[in-house]
Design a protein around this ligand. Structure first.
Ligand SMILES: *[C@@H]1O[C@H](CO)[C@@H](O)[C@H](O)[C@H]1NC(C)=O
Ligand SMILES: *[C@@H]1O[C@H](CO)[C@@H](O)[C@H](O)[C@H]1NC(C)=O
Ligand SMILES: *[C@@H]1O[C@H](CO)[C@@H](O)[C@H](O)[C@H]1NC(C)=O
Ligand SMILES: *[C@@H]1O[C@H](CO)[C@@H](O)[C@H](O)[C@H]1NC(C)=O
Length: 528
């Protein structure tokens, strides 16, 4: 903490570069008939809002963002393009061949080489969301192209994984086979079987999450590549219909997925996907979907939960709050108000001084829910907090009420900063949990590719590289490792996957959080 000073207003930094961007935006808006995004200055002194581009980049978060984005390059499968990771090469080239599909792209899930469709699609949705809210800030930090490139690497795969309206390939590789090897992705020779869902064996969660990914990504690419954007939107609509009309839990229908990404239900993904489709299309049907009986059944209004690859409710509540913050006509809907109230309850739980603050925290203030991959919850929660804080600022909403106490946008941003700062080294271990950032970070990341020298010959059984007591020969730059125990200790051991394994979906959340903190500007009041 103590960072609030430099996080505050940016002052009048109107260099020629920014002027060019503004002129460019106006020209684009005029040319395409779009409304220019309203860029409101961050202040809360009650004056009328002033359109304002992003402020100066905070070096700490700019550096961390650049590093965090590199993990997506490390996780890329397929024939690499402009690869800058010296120890990575082409891999997974034949993925999908048995179904005559090219499933070579996409990203490996974590330290292994599985392509799990459910968390991969969630990664894409969160990354799209980050770009939509904070693309201008990423651009100011020179990271927008990298973020869009990573997103497209996943959506290219998702497009190919959806060859027919009611068929979606949701997994490449068999975890039992994959986990019986310790090798680099480049030297995989093991079988990579495919799993699909279809009308007779549906999987609503994964179809809906994939629809959310493609709908949100269609907005990201709308101005730069309209053909691609339209294609994504078409897939998103078809997948949503498939998910909705053929309801069934993917983990009940395909029990083998339970061991890794067991879903607790599909209602949240249906609401999340419909919310994204509403933003992507402005088609009222999708809004009716979430505020009607589906909302009653699945939204669990009033009960805050934790945003994660399994639970999209908090994300949906915040995303739909966007509608009630910025669309005064829709905002009068009673169900939309309930979504926003619940989003507020989530925020109230996060704020440490709130009467309803969660007690699920470490002594030094990190939100902490589970031993496994502990950082996923604080980072995802902090991303939502910074987004919500910016909705408040942009809409000039002074306060949220948490029982008897009220809190401002600044309080939420302060919370988000505290979680980011913890991750980056402000913690009892005095280490950074973002690999490559700072002087002290995990040397034994549970990651096959990072643990094996690029020129080693292992076959499938390179176990000596798991067992080696030497640090990883390759730095898994940008890996957000699992993180600390509740007592804030961290055991840097390669076989301690609970704490030292990174995941691509963690990276999407930290990229979102850092891009919200990297500088200040107002959020886009429309996604166009
Ligand atoms: C539908 O998916 C199930 C589960 O993956 C699979 O066993 C079945 O063969 C598929 N049906 C068709 C017609 O391909
Ligand atoms: C998966 O989740 C279901 C429902 O929550 C539960 O019944 C089942 O035991 C879980 N499976 C595993 C392997 O944890
Ligand atoms: C790694 O951990 C697994 C259990 O998580 C265990 O079965 C295995 O023996 C361990 N390997 C080494 C080399 O310690
Ligand atoms: C911290 O918690 C972990 C996991 O519960 C435990 O194994 C370890 O012994 C604890 N360390 C200390 C110093 O209490």
């Amino acid at each position: 903490m103590g960072k609030m000073g430099e996080e505050k207003k940016s002052g009048g930094c109107m260099g020629w570069f920014i002027v060019l961007i503004v002129v460019g935006e106006i020209a684009l808006a005029l040319a395409l008939g779009f409304t220019l995004r309203n860029k409101f200055h961050h202040d809360d002194d009650g004056d009328s809002p002033v359109p304002r581009p992003p402020g100066p980049v905070a070096q700490k978060y700019g550096d961390a963002l650049k590093i965090a984005l590199q993990f997506f390059d490390i996780q890329k499968s397929g024939k690499l393009v402009n690869n800058e990771i010296s120890w990575r090469g082409d891999s997974g080239i034949d993925d999908g061949k048995e179904a005559n599909l090219d499933l070579s792209k996409g990203m490996y899930d974590a330290g292994d080489h599985m392509k799990f469709g459910f968390p991969m699609a969630y990664t894409a949705t969160v990354l799209s969301w980050a770009i939509l809210e904070y693309g201008d800030q990423m651009n100011k930090a020179n990271q927008l192209d990298s973020a869009k490139d990573s997103l497209k690497w996943i959506t290219d795969y998702l497009i190919n994984a959806h060859p027919e309206p009611n068929v979606l390939y949701i997994q490449v590789g068999d975890p039992d086979i994959d986990h019986s090897c310790w090798n680099r992705p480049e030297s995989m020779t093991e079988k990579r079987p495919l799993i699909q869902i279809n009308a007779s064996t549906p999987g609503t969660e994964v179809a809906a999450e994939t629809a959310a990914a493609m709908a949100s990504a269609s907005l990201v690419f709308k101005s730069s590549d309209s053909t691609y954007s339209n294609s994504l939107l078409k897939h998103a609509k078809e997948l949503f219909t498939f998910a909705d009309k053929h309801r069934g839990s993917y983990s009940e229908n395909i029990p083998q997925v339970q061991k890794y990404y067991n879903s607790t239900g599909y209602g949240d993904e249906l609401l999340w996907a419909a919310s994204w489709l509403y933003h992507a299309t402005k088609d009222q049907t999708y809004l009716d979907y979430v505020v009607g009986s589906n909302g009653e059944t699945y939204a669990n209004w009033g009960s805050p939960t934790w945003f994660s690859w399994d639970d999209k409710r908090p994300g949906t509540q915040v995303l739909l709050s966007r509608v009630s913050f910025f669309d005064s006509k829709a905002a009068t809907d009673a169900s939309l108000k309930k979504y926003r109230k619940t989003a507020e309850a989530v925020m109230c739980g996060l704020l440490p001084k709130s009467p309803t603050a969660t007690s699920s925290r470490t002594r030094s203030g990190l939100i902490w829910i589970s031993d496994w991959n502990a950082l996923q919850h604080p980072v995802a929660s902090a991303f939502l907090a910074v987004v919500y804080s910016d909705y408040m600022l942009t809409s000039r909403t002074q306060k949220i009420q948490c029982d008897s106490a009220s809190f401002s946008a600044k309080d939420l941003r302060k919370f988000a900063l505290s979680q980011a700062n913890y991750v980056l080294g402000d913690n009892p271990m005095k280490m950074s949990y973002l690999v490559g950032y700072g002087d002290k970070y995990s040397q034994f990341v549970h990651h096959r590719g990072a643990s094996i020298p690029a020129d080693a010959t292992t076959g499938c059984k390179g176990w000596q590289w798991l067992e080696s007591d030497q640090p990883n020969p390759n730095v898994a730059m940008g890996a957000l490792v699992g993180g600390p125990f509740l007592n804030e200790s961290f055991v840097d051991d390669r076989n301690n996957s609970m704490q030292t394994e990174p995941s691509t979906y963690n990276s999407a959340a930290i990229v979102g959080l850092l891009s919200g903190l990297v500088t200040t500007s107002s959020v886009a009041t429309s996604f166009t």
